[in-house]
Design a protein around this ligand. Structure first.
Ligand code: 8DG
Ligand code: MN
Ligand code: MN
Length: 378
């Protein structure tokens, strides 16, 4: 029994964007459990519950020591009744019965497998489950019409569900650099997403592309995609237009060029050779010479093109984590009466856009201490 006077009590600010969250986590048992419940809620169209579990997990991620006693949690933000019950269960019994039963539930397992197909979201997976489709074999045997993304997702299922290493991300980075340099010399490529936050593996690789001269980036994405396609680097790609006017996460503003292509969701074909050239010494995969296996893997890659005037907002908005982004927007809206998107920051009181050429300036506009990417792992 722990004497309450000896228990360390932690103090944590309530918004994740006010905190420094590194990849070092002393409470992975607890945060894994809460993340699994968050995932289950998200897959079940219960976004509110999902966010609540994500916020609770994020608070535990910044604690300097493993939690051993419920009294240590007194006064911490974002820990609701449900999350506390899960934590208590784990501290007392070594596991949470709710987490264990969720993990083993047929519905959760089916949702995980089906949404593991690139292009399949929770809604589609849910419909398939109601039609009796619970696994990939049943999906293949069914006469479901799959769209192009889903067909690619099914074809490259194993590769896409295998984590991407930093070495693989760097190899993809070199290819993207070459593509960009070929179609628009002077354009700049920045690694974003989890790898910019210092993660050693990820589910995809994300890049932001811009040009120091405003306007030169117009029409850039289709050119990059054509170059990549001509070199045989793309197994799948879908390029979408700038959705600024349609987006609901920021203020609408007249957009000067509606034909600006902004995002590309893709699946790259990465040769093991390419990876070696990028400096990886050893491969997890058996190489072609070792016998039989294909000498390449499929990797999910997201490309975003931004005009230089919006670059800082795009950089901040696409570096993540997803919870960190959500918390930044919540902070902006609720504490500052501002609207933050990956295009702009609008002050609803002064009715003006706040300019910024760096992430530091955006944090300053928001009245927040600057948090570097490696500490945005909420
Ligand atoms: P991971 O790939 O290693 O799993 O982690 P990640 O890199 O943090 O996740 P991600 O799913 O690749 O997302 C990277 C960032 O991009 C994250 O902050 C959320 C952001 N993002 C999307 N979709 C959209 C979108 O539609 N609009 C904007 N503005 N940002 C988005 O993933
Ligand atoms: Mn990513
Ligand atoms: Mn991504």
């Amino acid at each position: 029994p722990t004497n309450e006077a000896e228990v360390e009590v932690f103090s944590v600010p309530s918004y994740a964007c006010q905190r420094r969250t590194t990849l070092e986590n002393r409470n992975t048992v607890l945060t894994d459990a809460l993340s699994l419940l968050a995932e289950n809620a998200e897959l079940s169209a219960e976004e509110g519950r999902g966010v609540a579990f994500r916020r609770a997990a994020a608070v535990l991620k910044v604690l300097p020591e493993p939690v051993t006693d419920m009294t240590q949690l007194r006064g911490l933000p974002c820990l609701g009744e449900h999350s506390l019950r899960v934590i208590k269960d784990i501290l007392e019994n070594g596991a949470s019965s709710e987490v264990e039963s969720t993990k083993q539930s047929e519905r959760f397992k089916a949702l995980k497998v089906l949404t593991g197909v690139f292009g399949v979201g929770a809604k589609t997976a849910d419909r398939w489950i109601r039609e009796g489709i619970h696994d990939l074999q049943q999906l293949k045997d069914s006469r479901q019409t799959l769209n192009r993304a889903q067909r690619a997702g099914l074809e490259h299922y194993d590769d896409i569900n295998q984590p991407v290493s930093k070495a693989e991300a760097d190899a993809i980075g070199e290819i993207v650099e070459e593509a960009v340099a070929s179609v628009l010399p002077g354009a700049q490529v920045t690694l974003i997403g989890g790898f910019r936050r210092g993660k050693l593996s990820g589910h995809d690789v994300d890049f932001l592309i811009t040009h120091p001269e405003e306007g030169r980036e117009v029409g850039l994405m289709p050119k990059i995609v054509s170059w990549l396609e001509s070199q045989g680097f793309l197994l799948y790609q879908k390029t979408t237009r700038n959705s600024y006017l349609e987006s609901d996460d920021g203020p609408a503003r007249p957009c000067s060029n509606m034909d600006r292509f902004e995002r590309c969701f893709s699946v790259f074909k990465l040769d093991e050779d390419e990876k070696r050239r990028a400096g990886q010494t050893q491969s997890h995969h058996a190489s072609a010479e070792d016998g039989g296996l294909k000498p390449w893997r499929a990797v999910r890659v997201d490309l975003v093109v931004s005009p230089i005037s919006q670059f800082a907002f795009a950089l901040l908005g696409w570096t993540g984590s997803k919870l960190f982004e959500r918390e930044l927007r919540r902070w902006a809206g609720h504490e500052k009466t501002m609207s933050l998107s990956s295009h702009a920051l609008y002050d609803n009181t002064q009715r003006t856009y706040l300019r910024a050429t760096s992430e530091e300036e955006i944090f300053a506009h928001l009245g927040l201490d600057y948090i570097p990417p490696s500490e945005r792992n909420a």
